[in-house]
Design a binder for this molecule. Structure first.
Ligand code: HEC
Length: 122
């Protein structure tokens, strides 16, 4: 009689434990991690970067925005560019879709673009 109760309790505890473990491990899949950025991705100034700036700097055309941005870029060390001192949190929070299934931070897009020579590209 007693044995049965213990067995049932043990089984019950095991089920609860396993459910908990299953929930915990399944949650891990939902922790967001930044997407891998493939080497070959090409960032376009006019398509990917300009629209981000144009959201606020509506009076700047393509050329003006290019000048303002490149003026604030450190081509030797894009990550320490002045543009991120001016706009670090804005550009970290704006997301840019750079191809069919890749969306990255505007700041990362700017860094990649600067590493590729910061061209006035389409
Ligand atoms: C969320 C709005 C917003 C976005 C997006 C934004 N800016 Fe700005 N930016 C501002 C505001 C506000 C100022 C400060 C007011 C001003 O100087 O006009 C500013 C200032 C600047 C300045 C400083 C001007 C100076 O020398 O004092 C530069 C350069 C600049 N932005 C470039 C950019 C570029 C390049 C982008 C796109 C990569 C961009 N901004 C995106 C709102 C924005």
């Amino acid at each position: 009689m007693m044995d049965n109760k213990v067995r049932v309790l043990k089984a019950f505890a095991t089920v609860i434990f396993l459910t908990g473990a299953a929930i915990l491990t399944s949650c891990e899949n939902y922790i967001w991690s930044p997407p891998e950025i493939p080497e070959e991705i090409v960032i376009s100034f006019s398509e990917h970067i300009y629209p981000v700036c144009d959201d606020c700097h509506t009076s700047w055309n393509l050329e003006r925005t290019y000048e303002e941005l490149t003026d604030k870029l450190d081509m030797d060390d894009p990550e320490s560019s002045a543009i991120f001192t001016i706009h670090g949190s804005i550009l970290d929070n704006k997301m840019v879709q750079v191809d069919e299934d890749l969306t990255i931070k505007a700041s990362d897009a700017i860094i990649l673009w600067a590493e590729d020579g910061a061209q006035f590209n389409k």
